[in-house]
Design a protein around this ligand. Structure first.
Ligand code: OSB
Ligand code: MG
Length: 369
């Protein structure tokens, strides 16, 4: 593949409903899209960095600048045989995994399109149907949260995940379990707790949760391992896992029993597959996380979720939960059974709506050799 032209675009998309976590509320997304032309074929990728450096240190402005000044120039004009070789060309840049992933994933789409096969086949997936859950943010009131959960269960979603933080946790879980004793339920703290909360976190064991996601610091395995020894609920790590070595270290040290894989967080499809494989070898189930993606990032998540060890429902849900109008056609749809059928057309398998993207676009940059 000859990398001829890299186009960066920022589009702005208001969310249908605000999304709030322990680190803040998002009402509108700034989405950085990458289009890469290789041998006349266009591949698309999405940078999942958010509007501020809260989930992790990257955000859209660092990603934009790092891609423009370092990563895109490292790729433009180069020839590679596989998208997975792009990581080597970008390795001089330390970190900035979400920025790298956007470029690498665009190349994966281009490669699959050149081969005429769906991206999920190129990544080695075999699931013909993927299981979907939803991540529901902190709401203005417990009643509003219960209404949201009722709506998502009626839509067929197989697992409900709620965001928690001190002051929005046990009482909420109590209300949910009172109304739905049997549903598959988990929670995500996005690092909202500390060592002083171990006694408090032990009380989560009363709610038969599938997992508690990222209770402690993003840069810590040691205290997660201590906590895991003291609670029955399985810990799932999200923010802490940046690559396959992290996954091995976390598992072998007992810091978690489940891992959330986000293709952006780990630097692209190649590393995401490696994390998947390490977890599979250790018999640790994984599931695909979400970052409020537009249809392009969502399509990559669908493809990744077809790998065998994605044994738990992911945070990959229907376009319409996020957007009035998505940038792909058809939109990502979820069946009444709470599943997505991966598309059978080449590449990401959804047509990119370039005219809509042009309408939503607020800036654009083109980089060639
Ligand atoms: O921790 O999984 C998370 C969204 C933004 C940042 C972090 C997280 C999330 C979600 C949303 O939980 C998942 C989604 O619906 O895309
Ligand atoms: Mg999370």
């Amino acid at each position: 593949m000859q990398i001829e032209l890299i186009t960066m675009r920022e589009i702005q998309m208001p969310l249908v409903h605000f999304f709030e976590t322990s680190f803040g509320r998002t009402t509108s997304r700034r989405v950085l899209l990458i289009e890469i032309r290789c041998d006349g074929v266009a591949g698309w990728g999405e940078c999942v960095a958010g509007e501020g450096p809260f989930y992790g240190p990257e955000w859209i402005e660092t990603a934009w600048a790092t891609i423009k000044h370092f990563l895109a120039p490292a790729l433009a004009g180069k020839k590679i045989d596989h998208a997975s070789e792009s990581g080597k060309l970008m390795a001089r840049v330390r970190g900035h995994r979400m920025a790298k992933a956007a470029l690498e994933n665009a190349l994966w789409d281009a490669e699959a399109k050149q081969l005429g096969i769906p991206l999920w086949k190129l990544v080695g997936g075999n699931r013909r149907e993927i299981a979907c859950g939803v991540s529901i943010g902190i709401q203005d009131s417990p009643g509003q949260l219960l209404d949201k959960i009722a709506e998502e269960l009626a839509a067929g979603y197989q697992r409900i995940k709620v965001k928690v933080k001190p002051g929005w946790d046990l009482a909420i879980l109590e209300r949910i379990r009172e109304r739905w004793p049997e549903i598959l339920l988990s929670c995500d703290a996005n690092s909202a707790y500390t060592l002083d909360d171990f006694e408090h976190l032990r009380q989560f064991d009363g709610y038969r949760l599938l997992m508690i996601e990222q209770p402690l610091w993003s840069d810590d395995f040691y205290f997660h391992a201590q906590l895991q020894r003291q609670i029955k609920t399985s810990i799932c790590l999200d923010e802490s896992i940046e690559h396959a070595r992290d996954a091995a270290a976390a598992i072998e040290s007992g810091a978690c029993r489940i891992i959330n894989i986000k293709v952006g967080r780990v630097g692209g499809m190649t590393e995401a597959i490696k994390v998947h494989d390490v977890c599979q070898r250790h018999n640790v189930p994984v599931w695909c996380g979400g970052m409020l993606e537009s249809g392009i990032g969502r399509a990559h998540n669908v493809a990744l979720s077809t790998l065998e060890n994605f044994r738990l429902p992911g945070d990959v849900s229907a376009s319409k939960r996020y957007w009035k109008e998505d940038v792909i056609d058809p939109e990502v749809q979820v069946s009444p059974q709470g599943t997505i059928i991966p598309p059978s057309t080449p590449g990401i398998g959804y047509r990119v709506r370039e005219s809509l993207i042009e309408k939503l676009r607020v800036r654009k940059e083109m980089i060639r050799a």
